[in-house]
Design a protein around this ligand. Structure first.
Ligand SMILES: NC(=O)c1ccc[n+]([C@@H]2O[C@H](COP(=O)([O-])OP(=O)(O)OC[C@H]3O[C@@H](n4cnc5c(N)ncnc54)[C@H](OP(=O)(O)O)[C@@H]3O)[C@@H](O)[C@H]2O)c1
Length: 256
């Protein structure tokens, strides 16, 4: 098993990609803390994932709640080995001209500031042990500008830069602390999560648009995103840090 005895924290582990990653980590021997705001979803996910999962209701934009989960992990284990900052939201499509500033702030707050708060605490705790790894779940929309998705695209582009800056800092830690690798995956349109069958059927035009946006002309399965995240968390990627790994069926490969 890849992660026997390791302690992991997956933000947004209650649904979609985050749930899939948590399931795989547990299969590979890790104990997983999962977060999310909806407690019903959280408790259901915890039950399905079994005894090696613990749901802690946490809004990643709430500093007190974020401090609470890190205090809990530190007092229970004194360590954190693996972290996936996956909690994220999209928004209704709108042009910059049609700006809804409240909605823009919500997206930046969750996708960027929430991940930043989590990373800051993760780095402090994870630097106590060797071989730690952080993976941020970004998006292909943070690599190529997406019209009418300014808040989402900008939040993910900023998350990519934050990943790279943190990777450089964590590759040269202060005396007595350990290196932490920090990477991001940039998924293309992925089934489940934000793209449930119900939502795709209700919006046939945008579903077609998403399919056509990849060179491979299909959605990813969550397992395809999970496999890359697992690789980045594992020692198999021991010389990989500061990478923004596209898992997007060719979405960002060029114009076609
Ligand atoms: N699905 C795709 O096509 C796709 C493509 C590219 C990138 N991504 C990225 O992949 C990540 C996961 O997407 P998904 O499709 O799996 O979405 P999803 O099913 O909607 O899951 C999002 C998860 O994040 C949690 N979350 C949202 N806001 C939060 C907050 N403020 N604090 C704590 N948890 C929060 C949600 O729980 P609560 O709502 O209960 O808080 C849920 O567990 C996102 O960052 C997304 O941008 C997805």
């Amino acid at each position: 098993m890849l992660f026997s005895g390791k302690i992991a924290l997956i933000s947004g582990g209650t649904r979609g990609i985050g749930f899939n990653v948590s399931k795989k980590l547990i299969e590979e021997g890790a104990f997983c803390y999962i977060t999310g705001r909806n407690e019903k979803d959280g408790h259901l996910a915890e039950t399905v994932l079994g005894e090696n999962a613990r749901y802690v209701p946490t809004d990643t934009t709430d500093e007190k709640e974020v401090d609470n989960i890190f205090h809990l992990i530190d007092s229970n284990h004194g360590r954190l080995d693996l972290a996936v900052n996956n909690a994220g939201v999209t928004t209704k499509r709108a042009s910059v001209r049609e700006l809804d500033i409240k909605e823009w702030r919500r997206v930046i707050d969750i996708n960027l500031m929430g991940s930043l708060m989590m990373m800051s605490r993760q780095i402090a705790l994870m630097s106590k042990t060797e071989g730690s790894s952080i993976v941020n779940v970004s998006s292909c929309a943070g690599v190529l500008g997406q019209p009418r998705q300014s808040a989402y695209s900008t939040s993910k582009a900023a998350l990519n830069m934050l990943t790279q800056v943190a990777a450089i800092e964590c590759a040269n830690p202060p005396e007595g602390q350990n290196i932490i690798r920090v990477n991001a995956v940039c998924p293309g349109p992925t089934l489940g999560g934000m793209n449930t069958e119900e939502r795709l059927r209700a919006n046939p035009e945008s579903t077609q648009e998403k399919i056509q946006s990849t060179a491979m002309k299909r959605f990813a399965n969550p397992e395809e995103i999970t496999a890359t995240i697992i690789w980045l968390l594992s020692s198999q990627s021991s010389f990989v840090t500061g990478s923004l790994l596209a898992v997007d069926g060719g979405f960002t490969a060029g114009k076609f």
